[in-house]
Design a protein around this ligand. Structure first.
Ligand SMILES: [Zn+2]
Length: 322
């Protein structure tokens, strides 16, 4: 009998407490407190770090190369409403391609680039826009934006410490043009628009265009002239072209010939050396789907060619053996 009374008393206490806490919490909106950016430091090679809810992932590397996939994600969490303006198209298989590039480096060199991936679908968050357009007022999307750029910035700091200079590549995919024509060339974005690429080598090879290009610093430290780094024999486009991946600009395709073209977005501007002269230069890669992104064999073949290309590129322009 005493035991029953004792239990009842505690049951009463338990119910009272629950009622109290129910009352207290209904009146308050509990907002999730985010951890400080960088709480997961130090970033060590061979580990993978995840932002909140794994929307963003970060693979620290060991090369003076940083690769990001901002538009290949597929997560559609209900806590983030769909964006209401801007571009919504996913760059299909660019996340898989970026991981294939990392693996190709690991297989051939036993070293990897730094890799930053956005796993959110573009309808929820655009990781190649400023925070206003990219997150559109949602605090969880805004947090993903901060993490994405924080991990890139941390990568840049580590590359500068270890190599002084480096390169950031923003990986994208393009589809058919608005008129239905599918340009099967890779569009390399250096922040020079298609009208500027129409200029002759003599017109383009001057300080104004060099200064506004995303490879400003790279073209200063390279033994080659700006125009040659941009579209000469040892440019990224020509080296890729020599392995069967036609690219603009390059020796064979120096300009867009008036067709649709992307010259580089927010990440290429923010994380390259245009104007600022940052030690890290940048190039946007807009890859066609056929022949590069369609299946794992294509992605593997392309990745192996990109490793060969970048080994030559770093040796010629940076004087660095990867
Ligand atoms: Zn894109």
């Amino acid at each position: 009998m005493n035991k029953l009374l004792f239990n009842s008393f505690f049951l009463f206490l338990f119910i009272s407490c629950n009622v109290d806490s129910q009352e207290c919490c209904d009146d308050e909106i509990i907002e999730e407190v985010f951890q400080d950016l960088g709480f997961d430091k130090p970033y060590t090679y061979n580990n993978i770090y995840y932002g909140r809810n794994k929307y963003i992932e970060f693979h620290p590397g060991s090369l003076p190369l940083i690769i990001a996939a901002p538009h290949g994600g597929d997560l559609i969490p209900s806590e983030i409403p769909d964006r209401t303006y801007g571009t919504m198209v996913t760059d299909s298989y660019t996340k898989e391609l970026t991981l294939a590039i990392k693996n190709a480096f690991l297989s051939k060199l036993g070293k990897t680039p730094y890799v930053i991936i956005n796993n959110l679908k573009r309808t929820k968050f655009d990781a190649n826009r400023d925070s206003i357009e990219g997150a559109q007022g949602n605090r969880y999307a805004r947090r993903a934006w901060e993490e994405f750029h924080y991990y890139i910035n941390e990568s840049k700091i580590m590359v500068k410490q270890d190599f002084t200079y480096g390169l950031f590549l923003d990986i994208h995919g393009h589809g058919a043009n608005p008129d239905g024509f599918y340009d099967l060339r890779t569009w390399l974005g250096y922040l020079l628009n298609k009208d500027e690429l129409q200029l002759s080598d003599v017109e383009l090879d001057n300080e104004n265009y060099q200064n506004k290009s995303s490879i400003k610093t790279l073209s200063i430290i390279s033994p080659e002239n700006f125009i040659d780094v941009l579209r000469g024999n040892n440019s990224l486009g020509s080296l890729l072209d020599s392995l069967g991946y036609k690219s603009v600009p390059s020796v064979n395709d120096p300009s867009t010939n008036g067709t649709h073209y992307f010259s580089g977005g927010y990440n290429t501007k923010t994380h390259g050396s245009a104007i600022s002269g940052s030690p890290i230069s940048s190039i946007q890669l807009e890859l066609p789907k056929p022949g590069i992104r369609e299946n794992s064999l294509q992605r593997k073949n392309y990745s192996e060619s990109l490793v060969i290309t970048l080994q030559k590129y770093f040796k010629i322009h940076y004087g660095i053996e990867l």
